[in-house]
Write a new protein. Structure first.
Length: 727
């Protein structure tokens, strides 16, 4: 029995009005009736009336807050193709703009994606052209694809797989590129379900079982955060957000881990009004829970190429169970959910939106490029440019079993091998792409099927691979391999590099610098021995330039320490610093304020020198502190000494370089507490692609205790290096 679509309109209208109170309901109702009339009698594969589909598409568009014209076009998007209505008739009823949109979608719909790449290129070229005329055409197409994917169960298995493949290869990257995450995630999950059904349902089952437990945990977190934020003036909203199945799956594959090891199945999201509020909330979060290094991502300071903005951090909750917190403004959130569509409104109101323009730049680039003789470039190249640069920073490839892997664009078989497993990467000797043997350095493309050939006799990765691979994962695993396997080589390379670098400076320095300076500089960088320092230089971790600078400074400071004696008025003040009593200033009484300089934080045992400040007493520096070495007013220096008796601990700033591994912060803080060292301040940030940097100020008794602590830190598995910071 046919549905009563007049009754149905009541609910439809409610949704439209909720999304846009000023919507032109008369116009929309006219399009609704027009489409319903012409589709009447047509059925979908599910047996339902065909018209439920255009309604669903129009609702998707309304949820993206698109304008009345787009919603009308959504309602009528299949009319020109599937009914007798002509373009002229529609234009007479609805005008040029709406008809243009429907016609655009109809043309796009005629694109049939073939497996042959050449054909696809032509199709995408059409799509891009349609998009450049009016991006709303492509948004309607995405809304259409979303509903078709949601109702894919009614199609044959073959059709399901074909549509899902086409969706993950074309529409998911398109949604990503346009920054429409809600649609991207939903499409990905739907594709995953039809392409890898067994894994999809297994995972869905596991997620379901843990749901209650997870929800309770998240509620607890929200409550704690809510309490902390109530004391601020921030207007905030906190919600728990389930992670999409496909992103969980990707993570398991990428990190080679089991479901049980995935901790951030749910993230907490905080929405606020201003950017300043975002950072304040981040600070609050870190004051309640300890952050994991490398997991603090500032996409506000550095937005993603598609315009995504947000702060992300992963912190340790109770029982060291980590979870993710995303913080962004309400505006950013809206733009992130609806991407380019969110900007459409601004454009329509003739308000300048540079972000919108930026997002469209890539389309313009294609057009310009076509004008400039681009017609000569064949479809295959065009396709590569689209798939690579313009559509996505990612490619999707398959294993011979049909499992999907996503890799950064320009990845090669080696990237794929390391994505599958570290051992597969380390023993990779060759690769087949789509059944053909190819060089392992050959670039992969979305849709490729890759088979990795391994050998037990493989000598491991080649150093050149570091220049070939694209993924950070492969890079860090290759580096790890070399680190383990050739320390001796690295020491030799390090020495050579140091020699070469000396030649860039005054080569006399090489002769002048005494052996003990090397040991001291190695110590300052936190290396237990000189060889360790050479190895780190050879490995490319420590900058040879920095080492030379320190050596030269050391030489200079040991050789120009004559202090010009001159009478200077010392400001008398009664104030004493906490540590002032630890230091004796030659020739002065106890009433001078003595402060430890913040730049170098001297610790008992350090060679120190005092600097007479203008009006703030004496600040005590380490003798090798660059501020002292490069001092323009040496006449203000004064000898100071450590007293023998002391009870207090001293603050020292140290830096710990960590590998991108979970649990590292926990290990560090655990060590601190077992060593009875208290942490005054801690700051965690990303240091390059696969490293974290923990910058902290700790309290130690003396230099011996500090060195001991640094040694212990370095012995931790996840710690690459630990050293005292000397600016
Ligand atoms: Mn449709």
């Amino acid at each position: 029995m046919a549905k009563d679509f007049q009754k149905e309109f009541v609910d439809f209208e409610k949704i439209i009005k909720k999304n846009n109170p000023h919507a032109d309901i008369n116009l929309i109702k006219k399009a609704y009736d027009f489409a319903e009339l012409h589709h009447r009698g047509q059925k979908r594969n599910s047996g339902e009336d065909y018209f439920i589909h255009p309604i669903a598409v129009a609702i998707n568009l309304s949820n993206m807050a698109l304008d009345d014209q787009t919603i009308c076009a959504g309602l009528m998007h299949d009319v020109l193709e599937d009914t007798d209505v002509s373009k002229e008739e529609m234009e007479k009823e609805f005008g040029k703009e709406i008809t243009f949109l429907v016609d655009g979608v109809t043309k796009l719909k005629q694109i049939k994606f073939e497996s042959k790449e050449e054909k696809q290129a032509e199709n995408i070229r059409k799509m891009v052209l349609a998009m450049s005329n009016d991006v709303r055409v492509v948004l309607i197409k995405l809304a259409d694809r979303l509903h078709n994917m949601r109702t894919l169960e009614y199609k044959t298995e073959e059709k399901q797989k074909q549509t899902a493949r086409e969706t993950i290869e074309i529409y998911v990257p398109l949604a990503h590129r346009l920054g429409i995450y809600t649609i991207k995630w939903e499409l990905e999950d739907l594709c995953f379900r039809y392409l890898n059904p067994q894994e999809y349902y297994e995972l869905a089952q596991m997620v379901h079982i843990k749901r209650r437990e997870r929800e309770a945990y998240i509620n607890e977190i929200i409550e704690t955060l809510d309490k902390a934020l109530q004391s601020t003036k921030i207007d905030y909203e906190i919600t728990g957000r389930p992670k999409s199945l496909y992103s969980i799956y990707k993570k398991m594959k990428r990190n080679d881990i089991e479901f049980d090891e995935i901790y951030d199945l749910t993230a907490v999201r905080v929405l606020v009004d201003t950017i300043a509020d975002c950072y304040e909330v981040l600070g609050k979060v870190h004051s309640i829970w300890k952050p994991i290094p490398n997991r603090i991502k500032d996409y506000i300071g550095q937005p993603k190429p598609n315009g995504y903005k947000s702060l992300h951090t992963t912190v340790f909750g109770d029982d060291s169970k980590p979870f993710e917190v995303q913080i962004r403004t309400r505006k950013m959130h809206y733009e992130c959910e609806y991407g380019i569509a969110a900007h459409w409104k601004y454009k329509e109101n003739k308000t300048k939106s540079t972000e919108f323009d930026e997002r469209l730049t890539f389309i313009r680039q294609i057009l310009d490029w076509q004008k400039d003789g681009g017609k000569d470039i064949n479809n295959k190249e065009f396709m590569e440019i689209l798939k690579g640069d313009f559509f996505s920073r990612e490619i999707y490839v398959y294993s011979p079993k049909g499992e999907i892997y996503n890799l950064p664009m320009n990845s090669c078989a080696i990237d794929f091998a390391y994505r599958v497993h570290t051992e597969v990467g380390n023993s990779c000797v060759g690769a087949k792409v789509n059944g053909k043997m190819v060089p392992i350095s050959q670039k992969l493309h979305t849709g490729d099927v890759i088979e990795i050939l391994t050998s037990k006799n493989s000598q491991g990765p080649s150093r050149d691979w570091l220049n070939i691979v694209q993924s950070n994962q492969a890079k860090s695993k290759i580096k790890q391999f070399f680190k383990k396997h050739s320390k001796e080589d690295n020491i030799e390379i390090g020495k050579e590099l140091l020699d070469k670098e000396f030649k860039k400076h005054d080569s006399n320095y090489k002769k002048l610098i005494e052996d003990k300076f090397y040991d001291e500089v190695a110590g300052e960088f936190g290396f237990p021995t000189r060889d360790e320092m050479y190895a780190s230089i050879g490995f490319g971790k420590t900058s040879v330039e920095q080492v030379i600078q320190k050596l030269i400074k050391k030489y200079k400071s040991e050789n120009d320490t004559e202090v010009v004696e001159e009478k200077i008025d010392i400001p008398k003040t009664k104030a004493k610093s906490a540590y002032g009593s630890e230091i004796k200033v030659s020739d002065f009484d106890e009433d001078i304020e003595v402060k430890l300089a913040k730049c170098c934080n001297p610790v008992p045992g350090d060679k120190i020198i005092g600097y007479i400040t203008k009006g703030n007493g004496i600040s005590v520096h380490v003798r090798s502190c660059p501020n002292i070495v490069n001092l323009k007013t040496p006449e203000r220096l004064i000898d100071v000494y450590w007293r023998n008796s002391r009870a207090d601990k001293f603050p020292v700033r140290i830096e710990v370089i960590t590998r991108d591994e979970t649990g590292v912060l926990y290990q560090i803080t655990k060590l601190m507490s077992s060593e009875n060292v208290s942490i005054q301040a801690m700051n965690v940030r990303k240091n390059g692609d696969d490293e974290g940097l923990v910058d902290m100020t700790v309290q130690v008794l003396n230099i011996e205790e500090l060195n001991d602590l640094l040694m212990k830190l370095k012995s931790l598995k996840q710690v690459e290096n630990a050293y005292r910071v000397k600016i």
